[in-house]
Ligand binder design. Structure first.
Ligand code: C2E
Ligand code: CA
Ligand code: CA
Length: 391
């Protein structure tokens, strides 16, 4: 860690000197200082021995810390950031999210006065792989042509992730999640192909592959006495297909699966685009007996309006709230209040993204109907699900 090159951006002379002193105590020798944001940007732009990490104050005269982060982002090859401030934690967290959205890597947020052990812990993060960084660390999305060929070669399959009851840990349903069974690279996740498929009009083909294969698995599992509900993800751009309800109804009949066993998950942000069209298609799906789930609840806009106007039967609370639940009273309150509201609206409730015992315990105390997440099981093949049992 001591070989890191660190820039201290702090307009208060005494606090800047303190920060430099603490860095020296931690064994750092490559330390730069800036008393305002403009000089900091200049140091980063000019510095021949590149800056690895910036300790960034937020409240400063002239350009403030948030403006500094905006200017710093999007240039490529910029340093990682540690936010150091006396402002309240929720303000620091929102600045950290902003920086993340600017593609900056935020190692942590620290309250003033700065203390050596906390700073050491945060700087240690610099060497660990960065799982949280968005966009440009993602593997590249695949080319349209390659995806078309894969569709033609029938390389897409559904994987299934169980949804279980909280009170009795009973299996209630499965969510089908698309996977590309790539001849060279093995099983690939939807991050690599869904976006391209949506953009080039291929998502409908994928959806029918997933529906068809999932229904075939439902029939297979039913022969062994296993009858979960099936959730299918629908892209918003598919709903304009007016014959969609009829087509899935026919497929259900063909495989002997009752429409009441099938739910379609739609993200809330999708629904705002063309209200009359959505009302039409969603109503026609409900008329045939299908369930409708509002997915990623809490991450889009005007959710309450949608709950009021669209015929949803289930609400899925987004995993981002669960990820924070142990640390954030705010996230706990949002999840609790949402579950209470959904209960009164007679919606089934699912909390997704439960990864560990601590999260399970907290969520279970809030009594949603179902939980889905790595703590229960990761998505698995249809074959594996056939013999899967609750841990
Ligand atoms: P989603 O609908 O929100 O699905 C949940 C995602 O969270 C899945 O990622 C699942 O593997 C992951 N997940 C489940 N439990 C946990 C957990 O405990 N921790 C964490 N960190 N993640 C968890 P996956 O399979 O990569 O799918 C990503 C997204 O791709 C889905 O998000 C969905 O929006 C889209 N997608 C997947 N299959 C289809 C499909 O057949 N059609 C369409 N239109 N979209 C699909
Ligand atoms: Ca989903
Ligand atoms: Ca989700």
């Amino acid at each position: 860690m001591s070989d890191l090159s660190i820039l201290v951006l702090e307009d208060h002379d005494f606090q800047r000197t303190m920060a430099v002193e603490i860095l020296r105590q931690l064994g750092m020798t490559r330390i730069h200082e800036a008393a305002d944001a403009k000089s900091a940007l200049a140091v980063i732009a000019e510095n021949k021995c590149r800056v690895d990490v910036v300790l960034c104050d937020l409240k400063m005269n002239g350009m403030d810390g948030v403006e500094f982060l905006r200017d710093l982002g999007c240039k490529g090859n910029e340093p990682a950031v540690v936010i150091v401030s006396a402002v309240k934690n929720d303000v620091m967290q929102s600045v950290a999210r902003f920086a993340g959205a600017q593609n900056l890597r935020v190692l942590g947020c620290l309250n003033k006065p700065l203390r050596a052990p906390e700073l050491a812990r945060v700087l240690d993060q610099y060497r660990t792989p960065d799982s949280g960084r968005p966009a440009h660390r993602r593997p590249p999305v695949c080319a349209q042509e390659e995806i078309r060929c894969a569709l033609a070669a029938d390389q897409f399959v559904p994987f299934f992730q169980p949804k279980v009851g909280v009170s009795d840990r009973r299996l209630i349903g499965v969510e089908a999640l698309a996977r590309w069974n790539h001849p060279q690279h093995g099983i690939l996740g939807p991050g690599l192909f869904i976006e391209t498929m949506e953009r080039f009009g291929l998502i409908e083909d994928l959806t029918f592959v997933i529906v068809e294969k999932s229904l075939a698995w439902m029939a297979n599992w039913a022969r062994n006495g296993r009858l979960p509900c099936l959730s299918i993800n629908l892209s918003a751009c598919m709903l304009p297909e007016h014959d969609f309800p009829e087509r899935v109804e026919k497929l259900c009949a063909h495989h002997g699966v009752a429409p009441e066993k099938v739910l379609f998950e739609i993200t809330e942000s999708a629904v705002t685009r063309d209200v009359p069209l959505f009302l039409e298609v969603l109503s026609r799906l409900r008329l045939r007996g299908f369930g409708l789930s509002i997915d990623d609840y809490g991450t889009g806009f005007s959710s309450l309006d949608q709950l009021n106007n669209f015929p949803f039967t289930e609400l899925k609370i987004d995993k981002s709230f669960v990820a924070n639940i142990a640390a954030s009273q705010k996230s706990r309150t949002i999840v609790e209040a949402t579950l209470a509201m959904a209960g009164r609206l007679d919606l089934g409730t699912v909390v997704e993204g439960v990864e560990n015992q601590a999260q399970w315990d907290l969520i279970a105390s809030m009594a949603p109907d179902m939980v889905q997440g790595y703590f229960v099981a990761k998505p698995m093949s249809g074959e594996a699900f056939g013999t899967w049992s609750l841990p």
